[in-house]
Design a protein around this ligand. Structure first.
Ligand code: LMR
Length: 333
């Protein structure tokens, strides 16, 4: 064999080895703790993506805002500095797709089952289509759960919220929701909430128990009220150009991994939140209160006007479709 052929053969072996050693890297950034529904589901996805692609894809998960905070992560995805995120549905307004804020409407879903009718129905699909013009592709909806309210005073009736500075996510619907009970909403990145509560920059907040517990917010909030007044969930998104540029077989394997991760996320979300709530209660640091049916109804009556106020932002037709899918009847209040 000539030297030249030997050299060429050696080169081929080297380049094949390099290809095997050089997997496609997906940076998956998120803002919550690893030990939450989103944290666990993203790790699950990373594991299945590696298995199903036979190591061709390596998903690196960066939890707890270690790579990017809320606002930065959206920008990072659009410029391709990260390939995957799972922002809460309340964080798509600044991207220009404000219809996502329909999920923030107070008291719109009575259960995760009702919510899933929307995410798996025409509205869920329409929202993902709208993302594409922003260079973003929607891959899945993942559950977290229903939110509780917290502050340093008991929160029973709507009047109890008056004058409280409440941290919210970047959603106009959440802003209107807090104003509807006389609170003063303050948009803030998730990574800053604990300190803001601790130092009194804000008085209170809302989040599902998994976030309340894992961010230790309950340590600096004397009162937690299990209002379940609104839902918090996620859209898993990717950079569209990156996704479309993947080899078709790899993309298919990743879609399968995402399907499995979604089933897993939605299966564990409720359990994770129940466990977190139990731990908050056991800590004795916050007084956890379950509103009576009457108190919850009073809160609902105070907040429900937000649906009408936000109708033009979300789109009357979209809202009607959501009501149809969930069976919500605004005239019955
Ligand atoms: C928040 O900012 O409160 C949540 O969106 C955090 C999260 O991703 O669950």
């Amino acid at each position: 064999m000539s030297l030249r052929i030997l050299a060429a053969a050696a080169l081929l072996v080297i380049s094949q080895a390099a290809a095997a050693a050089d997997p496609i890297v997906i940076k998956f950034s998120h803002v919550v703790a690893a030990d939450t529904p989103k944290g666990k589901a993203s790790e699950f996805f990373a594991k299945r993506a590696a298995e199903l692609t036979g190591g061709k894809v390596k998903v690196e998960v960066y939890p707890n805002s270690t790579l990017y905070k809320d606002k930065e992560e959206m920008e990072a995805l659009q410029i391709g500095a990260v390939q995957m995120l799972a922002p809460s549905l309340a964080k798509f307004g600044p991207l220009g797709v404000r219809e996502f804020e329909l999920f923030d409407l107070p008291f719109i879903f009575d259960s995760a089952t009702e919510l899933h009718k929307v995410t798996t129905g025409p509205v869920g699909k329409m929202l993902f289509t709208k993302l594409e013009s922003k260079g973003v592709k929607g891959l899945a909806y993942w559950d977290n759960g229903f939110k509780v309210m917290s502050a340093n005073r008991p929160l029973k009736m709507p009047d109890d919220y008056k004058g409280l500075k409440m941290r919210i996510q970047s959603s106009k619907v959440l802003e209107a929701q807090m104003r509807s009970v006389g609170a003063l909403p303050q948009v803030m990145a998730f990574s800053e909430v604990y300190q803001a509560l601790q130092t009194g920059v804000v008085d209170g907040t809302e989040n599902p128990p998994s976030n309340l517990y894992t961010q230790k917010m309950y340590e600096v909030q004397k009162n937690v009220s299990i209002t379940n007044h609104g839902y918090l969930g996620y859209a898993v998104i990717t950079n569209k150009k990156f996704w479309d540029g993947l080899p078709a077989d790899v993309r298919g394997q990743l879609e399968k991994a995402m399907e499995e991760a979604t089933t897993y996320a939605n299966k564990i979300a409720q359990e994770e939140n129940d466990e977190s709530m139990a731990k908050v209660k056991a800590s004795g640091k916050s007084d956890v209160y379950t509103p009576t049916a009457q108190e919850r109804l009073a809160l609902k009556k105070a907040m429900i006007k937000v649906h009408k106020e936000m109708e033009s932002r979300i789109g009357a037709d979209t809202l009607r479709e959501v009501y149809k899918e969930t069976g919500f009847d605004p005239s019955k209040l």
